[in-house]
Design a protein around this ligand. Structure first.
Ligand code: SAH
Length: 267
C-alpha cells in the first residue's frame, strides 16, 4: 500500500512486513505525518503474505535442526524482495536492510547516511527471524535497534524511519536545533528549562532555572551548555566521552581533536 503523494525528491521507504497495517502508524501523526502528506517522504508497505504460493499462504516453517519457534521462508521472502525492487529503470529497492538484533546498532551517523539515500527497503522479521540464505542471496545489511529482543522488526522499522524523516529538509521547523542535539557533536545534550523561572515542586521545594540562562549573555550560555553537555556525557556515557575526547565520532571516525578543555588531563 502506498502512503503520501510522493514529491519528485521524496525520500522513499519500502517496508516488507507481515503486518502492513502497522504502517504508517505513529508516523502518520505530528511532524512525520505532515511531511508524509506533503510528499517529503513516501511509504510503500509490502505485505509479505501476498507472496505466499501454497494454499495455506504459509510464510514460515519449522527450523531445520530442531528447536522452538518458526522461521520465515526464503522463497516467499525472495519473491517479496524481487517484486519490491521493481523492473529495470525504476528506482529499485535502494539500500536494503533487515532489522535484526544481530546487526550493526543504529546510530545518528547511520541515520544521516540513510537520509541521504533516496530509496531504503526495510525487511521486518517475525517469529525466530528469517532463513539465513535469503540474507546472503540479497546481500541484506543487518541493522539493530539495540541489545534487546523485540517480537518483530516493525517497531524497529518505525523508529528508524522516524529518526530519518526528522532529518529530511523542511520536516523540522527549527533547523538550528538539529545541530545541537544529542549525538550530533558526539555529546549528549545539555539540560533544557522553560517558564516558570521558579517552580515549586510537589514537596514544596522551590526549583530555579540556572541564573546563567536568564543572563542574556549568549556566549556564556553557549559555554555553559557545552560544559553541561560534556559533564553529562562523561558521567553517563564513558564510551561516548572517550571517543569525543579523542576527537572521534560516535562510530569511531577521526574528525579532529575536541573536548580537551574539560576532559581528564592526559596522562
Ligand atoms: N531469534 C532472534 C530474534 C527474533 S525476534 C534472535 O535471537 O536473534 C523477531 C524479529 O524481530 C527479528 O526477525 C527482527 O526482525 C526483529 N527484532 C528483534 N529484536 C530486534 C532488534 N533489537 N533490532 C531490530 N530488529 C529486531
Amino acid at each position: 500500500m502506498n502512503h503520501g503523494a510522493a514529491g519528485p525528491l521524496a525520500w522513499t521507504v519500502k517496508v516488507l512486513t507481515l503486518f502492513p497495517e502497522m504502517f504508517p502508524g505513529p508516523l502518520g501523526h505530528s511532524l512525520a505525518g505532515k511531511a508524509l502528506e506533503n510528499g517529503v517522504w513516501a511509504l510503500e508497505s509490502v505485505d509479505i503474505r501476498s507472496f505466499a504460493r501454497d494454499k495455506h499462504r504459509s510464510v514460515d516453517d519449522t527450523p531445520f535442526g530442531g528447536g522452538a519457534g518458526m522461521v520465515m521462508r526464503p522463497d516467499v521472502l525472495d519473491a517479496a524482495l524481487t517484486a519490491t525492487a521493481g523492473p529495470p529503470g525504476t528506482p529499485g529497492r535502494g539500500r536494503a536492510i533487515y532489522l535484526s538484533p544481530r546487526g550493526r546498532v543504529l546510530s545518528q551517523e547511520l541515520v544521516k547516511e540513510l537520509a541521504a539515500t533516496p530509496v531504503v527497503t526495510l525487511l521486518c522479521g517475525r517469529y525466530e527471524g528469517v532463513d539465513e540464505r535469503v540474507l546472503d542471496a540479497h546481500g541484506l545489511e543487518e541493522v539493530s535497534l539495540g541489545d534487546f529482543v523485540l517480537s518483530g522488526g516493525e517497531p524497529a522499522a518505525l523508529c528508524l524511519i522516524d529518526a530519518v524523516v526528522r532529518l529530511l529538509p523542511g520536516v523540522m521547523g527549527n533547523v538550528e536545533t538539529a545541530g545541537e542535539e544529542s549525538f550530533e557533536r558526539g555529546l549528549l545534550e545539555y539540560p533544557h528549562y522553560t517558564r516558570p523561572a521558579v517552580w515549586t515542586d510537589g514537596q514544596g521545594v522551590e526549583r530555579s532555572v540556572p541564573d546563567i540562562l536568564l543572563s542574556g549573555h549568549h556566549e556564556k550560555v553557549r559555554a555553559w551548555r557545552l560544559a553541561e553537555a560534556e559533564r553529562i556525557t562523561q558521567a553517563r556515557r564513558p564510551d561516548l566521552w572517550d571517543r569525543y575526547a579523542a576527537g572521534k565520532t560516535a562510530e569511531g571516525q577521526v574528525v579532529g581533536k575536541r573536548g580537551r578543555r574539560r576532559g581528564p588531563k592526559p596522562e
